[in-house]
Design a protein around this ligand. Sequence first.
Ligand code: ATP
Ligand code: MG
Ligand code: FE
Length: 345
Amino acid sequence: PLILGIETSCDETGVGIVRGQTLLADAVASSVEEHARFGGVVPEVASRAHLEAMVPTIRRACETAGIRPTDVDAVAVTSGPGLAGALLVGVAAAKGLALSLDKPIYGVNHLAAHVAVDTLEHGDLPKGCVAMLVSGGHSSLLSVENITDGVVPMGSTIDDAAGEAFDKVARVLGLPFPGGPWIDKAAQDGDRLYVTFPRGLTSQRDLERHRFDFSFSGLKTAVARWVEARRRDGEDVPVNHVAAAFQEAVCDVLTRKAIDACKDRGFEHLLIGGGVAANSRLRAMAEERAAAAGITVRVPRPGLCTDNGAMVAALGSELVRAGRTPSPLDLPADSSMPITEVLNR
Ligand code: ATP
Ligand code: MG
Ligand code: FE
């Protein structure tokens, strides 16, 4: 079946088209530049940008895929979680499209879509795997038996998300927003061992209560303090080294806990998704540590890790293939859609 997916949960207007597990088009228009001077995503600005970008992005995706909208068998859309006003634009567009084409609509969970997108690159998901979702708004370890049946949360961040930590530390270092890619780049020429920053929730005592949870707020503060102290002493801040040492702390904790989660569940596959999964050090460290533990890592290519429409189409496609009943045409935009709910009904 031919599925068109629409994503508008944050600042990317994404329209993806897939046939089965084959990606035909992935058009993304981002309003990130408009938010940069505010140092974070401004909801009203994002909603307006989605409104303006929606129709052109749908057109662009159809052109790239070489299809007409009437060829589409089903429409999938992110119904949550995300910014309420932003979600609303995508849901309204998807409803209009489904209604006019007289095709079913699937209101899907953005987080589950970050997991499902891997099918476009590596085919069917493993029968059992741990999915580590690391993005600007989330950092979670999920147990996934079958993505169309939902996911079971094992742990998540108790404060900042991993991407949020990257963005905040980047700001401290004077790097542009969003900071993740810039830290990644700066760290290439940095010394990871230059400073040892704290690894949150890894002490024996913390592990008892928070074995699969994360905490990045203390790390962020530690980096800020370190940088401030340097500046106070009138010394230069070695941005590359600090970026590398910070990145090392994040990746160390993420990969350690992810592999421990696989062992706990008896799963041999680790899937990584979300914007931070684009991080080069995270990918390398996960590969290395997983291999040593006999675990296979699956990470989509960086362009599919950050928000896009293809991931929504991919999850829609899996739901259609599993024969799931579509969502009602009055499906809501649910800004706090629980991670356990894959399909809005
Ligand atoms: P959510 O899925 O939680 O709603 P989101 O909408 O913020 O998150 P994503 O595109 O999934 O969007 O993730 C964006 C985050 O990923 C940002 O915090 C960004 O800094 C981070 N990021 C992107 N590329 C990299 C990278 N190479 N290294 C580290 N972080 C990165
Ligand atoms: Mg974004
Ligand atoms: Fe996302």
